[in-house]
Design a protein around this ligand. Structure first.
Ligand code: GDP
Length: 280
C-alpha cells in the first residue's frame, strides 16, 4: 500500500533542516499503539540529542500496558512519561522533564552570559496523536500551528511559553512507509491515517481479532454476549451478528465505522494494541 503523501516527506525534510536548532526532541506517541505510532526514522532524526517520549492519550490506554511501555522505551538519553493532553494531566511533569533534558544547553547558555536561557524543542509524531493539544497547553492558549496545513512553509518560528521553553511552530508529522499491514490497521483504528486508506470493515475485523486475544471481556460486553459464546463464533460472523443486532442489517461498513468511533473514544474500554516483548 502506498499511502505516504508527498507533503509528509516535505515535513520530514523541513524538520531535518531545523534539527541543529533543536535542543530536545519531544516524540509524542499514542499510548494505545506506542510501536505502530513510532517512526522508524526517529532515531536518525534525534541523533544524540536528549529525547523525551510522551505516551499521550494515556486516559484511553490500558494503564497496565502504559506502565510496561514506560519502562520498555526508556533509554540512556531517552526519558518516557505518560499524559493526557486533552484533560491536562501531568503537564508539570512534562515541563520538568523537558527542562531536565535541556539542562546542559541551559548551562552552556548561562556560561555565555545569557540572562534568560531558553530550551528549544520540536514535537514530532503521527497525525492525531495530540501534538497540537500539547503545544497549546504548553503555550497556555490556542495557537495557529502551521504544520496543520500541508504546504505552508514560510513563517516558521518559535512559539513562546512561560516556562523557558520555545516550541518550533511546525510539529513534525511523521509516519513510516510501512510494509506491515498490522501497523496500518492499528494506525487506522485509532485515526492516525485517513479512513479512506483501508475499508472500515477490514479495520474492524482486525480490531475484533485483537480484542479477542487481549480484551475478550470488553469484546463480549460490546457484542452483548458472553465470553464463552465468543469462542464459538468466527470474527466475520461476529461482525455480522453485531451489525444486525445494532439494526444495520448487512451494512458492515456503517457498523464498522460506528465500532471504530466507539473504540477511538475509549467506549469499548481502555485498550492498548501494542504489547512490550510480545508481538513487536
Ligand atoms: P495532532 O494531529 O497530533 O496535532 O493531534 P491533536 O492535538 O489535534 O489531537 C487530536 C485529537 O485527540 C483531538 O480531538 C484532541 O482533543 C484529542 N486528544 C489529544 N490528546 C488527548 C488525550 O491525551 N486524551 C484524549 N482523550 N484525547 C486527546
Amino acid at each position: 500500500i502506498q499511502w505516504y503523501p508527498g507533503h509528509m516527506n516535505k515535513a520530514r525534510n523541513q524538520l531535518e533542516d531545523k534539527m541543529n536548532l533543536i535542543d530536545v526532541v519531544v516524540e509524542v506517541l499514542d499510548a494505545r499503539i506506542p510501536i505502530a505510532s513510532r517512526n522508524p526514522m526517529i532515531a536518525e532524526l534525534v541523533g544524540d540529542k536528549p529525547h523525551l517520549i510522551v505516551l499521550n492519550k494515556a486516559d484511553l490506554a490500558d494503564p497496565v500496558m502504559t506502565k510496561l511501555w514506560q519502562k520498555a522505551l526508556m533509554g540512556p538519553k531517552t526519558s518516557v512519561m505518560a499524559m493526557d493532553g486533552k484533560h491536562n494531566t501531568n503537564m508539570q511533569a512534562l515541563i520538568h522533564l523537558i527542562k531536565r533534558a535541556g539542562q546542559d544547553k541551559v548551562q552552556k547558555l548561562q556560561e555565555k552570559g545569557a540572562a534568560t536561557p531558553t530550551i528549544r524543542i520540536a514535537l514530532v509524531g503521527v497525525p492525531n496523536c495530540g501534538k497540537s493539544t500539547i503545544i497549546n497547553r504548553l503555550v497556555g492558549h490556542n495557537v495557529a500551528i502551521t504544520g496543520d496545513k500541508p504546504g505552508v512553509t514560510k513563517g516558521q518560528s518559535w512559539l513562546k511559553t512561560q516556562h523557558g521553553i520555545q516550541i518550533l511552530d511546525t510539529p513534525g508529522i511523521l509516519w513510516p512507509k510501512f510494509d506491515d499491514q498490522a501497523v496500518g490497521y492499528k494506525l487506522a483504528a485509532f485515526g492516525a491515517i485517513k479512513d479512506t486508506i483501508f475499508h472500515a470493515d477490514d479495520v474492524a475485523l482486525f480490531v475484533i481479532a485483537q480484542m479477542r486475544q487481549y480484551y475478550p471481556a470488553y469484546l463480549a460486553k460490546f457484542a452483548n454476549t458472553s465470553k464463552e459464546a465468543l469462542e464459538n463464533i468466527s470474527d466475520t460472523d461476529l461482525l455480522l451478528a453485531m451489525t444486525q443486532n445494532n439494526g444495520m442489517r448487512d451494512d458492515y461498513d456503517r457498523f464498522a465505522n460506528f465500532m471504530l468511533l466507539r473504540l477511538r473514544k475509549g467506549k469499548l474500554g481502555r485498550i492498548t494494541l501494542d504489547r512490550p516483548n510480545h508481538d513487536n
